[in-house]
Design a protein. Structure first.
Length: 303
């Protein structure tokens, strides 16, 4: 069963790719469609890589969409149409969002998903109120809107995330904390410290995702960042990352799950299905994949 759980997400990705390659009249494999897939999925994938650190220690982060909007709006209000200063501030505000969630959770002992929802609503409310009375455009961002820029950023984030997750204490301790926080604490691990680091990493990737969001669509509106948290959580679950985190968590789930999510959505759209049917089919596929691939051994102890 353990081997099946690991194989299912990869097999699902390959099956989806093969089916849509042969049933869309070649449209699925056209370069324009591939570019669109990369641009769409890169924002979610970047955010998912950071969120994987948080989910590994058994927490959910619902702040992503609101935090993304918050980064964009606050950065624009401070520096306006200055592209590079805007990017720097997005990065800074992303880190601050991560620290905010960490402080509320670690020091205030507030459940992480509650802290995340506070940020989500705050960011969404700010974006909608400011956008209602102000046009916010980062016109210079359009010059970076090409597939190779997205690929370059995505590869860089993935390599750094993979290294931190698999070859440093940061990633290894997240797995220990997710498996058994009490045992981790008794082992001398500073649980609060490493949870905070995970939230900061997630904040960094949110800042980067905010920059990519503006590059893809240079206007900041009330809907900026909408559904990012949902897409990320669905992608990680489809990739096989357990909602309870723990020792079996892998960073590759962010890549595999995001590709499954966007390829499925893209392929069903190319089939010309009614949008309501697309959502139903995605829900069934999601339920089936997660039911098979979810890790039910979250209480195993690492030795």
């Amino acid at each position: 069963m353990e081997k099946l759980r690991k194989i299912i997400p990869v097999a699902g990705l390959l099956i989806i790719f093969i089916i849509f390659s042969f049933t869309t009249g070649g449209m699925f494999l056209k370069w324009n469609n591939i570019q669109n897939l990369i641009a769409q999925s890169s924002i979610t994938m970047v955010a998912a890589i950071g969120t994987a650190f948080v989910m590994t220690h058994n927490n959910l982060d619902f702040s992503l969409g609101g935090a993304c909007a918050l980064c964009c709006v606050l950065s624009y209000l401070i520096v306006g149409n200055n592209l590079w200063l805007f990017f720097i501030l997005c990065f800074v505000f992303g880190v601050l969002c991560g620290l905010f969630s960490a402080v509320l959770h670690v020091k205030g002992e507030v459940p992480a998903f509650i802290a995340g929802m506070c940020l989500m609503f705050a960011g969404r409310g700010l974006a909608q109120s400011v956008a209602a009375g102000k046009t916010m455009m980062i016109t210079q961002a359009a010059k970076l809107n090409n597939v190779w820029f997205f690929v370059g950023v995505l590869v860089a984030v993935l390599l750094v995330g993979y290294f931190l997750y698999n070859y440093t204490k940061i990633g290894k301790y997240q797995k220990l904390i997710g498996t058994n926080p009490k045992a981790a604490e008794l082992s001398g691990i500073s649980v609060g410290k490493y949870k905070t680091i995970a939230f900061v990493i997630s904040g960094v990737t949110i800042g980067i995702a905010a920059c990519l969001t503006i590059i893809r669509s240079p206007s900041i509106v009330g809907a900026t960042g909408t559904n990012l948290e949902t897409n990320v959580l669905l992608a990680l679950s489809l990739g096989g990352l357990s909602m309870t985190g723990g020792s079996s968590s892998k960073i590759r789930t962010a890549v595999i799950g995001t590709l499954i999510f966007f390829m499925l959505n893209n392929g069903l759209t190319l089939w010309g299905l009614d949008p309501n049917l697309v959502d139903i089919i995605k829900a069934i596929f999601f339920l089936g994949t997660v039911a098979i691939s979810i890790d039910r051994s979250q209480h195993d102890v690492i030795v």
